[in-house]
Design a protein around this ligand. Structure first.
Ligand code: ADP
Length: 259
């Protein structure tokens, strides 16, 4: 039995007229699935040889070697680690892309998750993160994906957010729970903002080449947030800094009563 994918769009004209457009997107879906499977397979295949190469490089890096060789080994070691993080990001992204988006996930404590992510990054950030979340808040979703969202957004604030404080807050409001991460860095030129969540998109490659990164972080964030029925909002002012935020709807969030 052959399966078809159809895209249906209904447009209302005036009060009593509607136009329905039905598009056959079977072929587009098939090609997209092939692309996703290809990336997933290649990145899995790369992981094993890379682990072996990196293991030996790390061992060599710890040895007493002639200075010229030492420099080469240190550089190879650095690039090897960069490749490992790229492959891991690719694997994470393909998992997110092929995940079943109909599931709602389990309830978990977002406040606790916030504290644990901050704990892991505080040393790397030179204690620049201030975290505010005064209530025990639970959300329904996937804690590993949410952990990755928070880690990616905070890591970006550390990398691109200058030397100032980074403000991370989780607050409950009338429309749900708002998570917000603000930095006081250089900001992002307006024309780039809508493209930041595309795979491999980086604002300025020459500038960023000194700051390690794959350009996949915000694509991962976007997909993980889709699984929580929400979107990433980005506000930025040049010279002042950027705020990355999202709202988890009140159907998927709740404040725990104090006992
Ligand atoms: P990566 O950090 O690996 O390059 P991301 O997808 O996480 O990839 O981010 C894409 C680009 O968005 C970054 O290369 C950077 O140019 C820009 N960016 C992300 N976060 C910030 C931020 N807080 N301030 C300024 N620019 C940012």
């Amino acid at each position: 039995r052959k399966q078809f994918s159809l895209q249906i769009q209904i447009t209302q004209f005036g009060l009593d007229q509607k136009v329905m457009l039905v598009k056959d997107i079977t072929e587009r879906k098939r090609v997209e699935t092939m692309r996703q499977n290809f990336i997933a397979d290649v990145s899995h295949e790369l992981r094993t040889p890379l682990t072996v190469i990196n293991g030996y490089l790390e061992m060599l890096d710890d040895m007493e070697l002639p200075p010229s060789l030492q420099k080469a080994i240190t550089q190879m070691n650095g690039q090897g680690l960069r490749m490992k993080s790229l492959v891991n990001d690719l694997i994470e992204l393909s998992k997110l892309e092929s995940a079943n988006t109909e599931q709602l996930g389990d309830w978990f404590n977002l406040q606790q998750l916030g504290y644990s992510v901050v704990d892991q990054l505080q040393a790397y950030s030179a204690n620049r993160i201030t975290f505010k979340c005064t209530q025990a808040i639970e959300i329904q979703g996937f804690s590993d994906e949410m952990s990755s969202v928070l880690t990616n957004l905070l890591t970006n604030a550390i990398k691109y957010g200058g030397e100032d404080k980074i403000e991370f807050s989780i607050r409950s409001g009338f429309d749900g729970v708002k998570v917000s991460i603000s930095d006081h860095g250089a900001g992002i030129p307006a024309q780039h903002i809508s493209r930041l969540t595309e795979r491999f998109y980086r604002v300025d490659d020459s500038r960023e080449s000194t700051v390690g990164g794959s350009g996949l972080g915000l694509a991962i964030v976007k997909h993980a947030l889709e699984h929580h029925d929400t979107v990433l909002d980005i506000e930025s002012t040049l010279g002042k800094g950027s705020t990355f935020s999202f709202i988890i709807s009140s159907e998927r969030s709740r404040v725990m009563e104090k006992d």
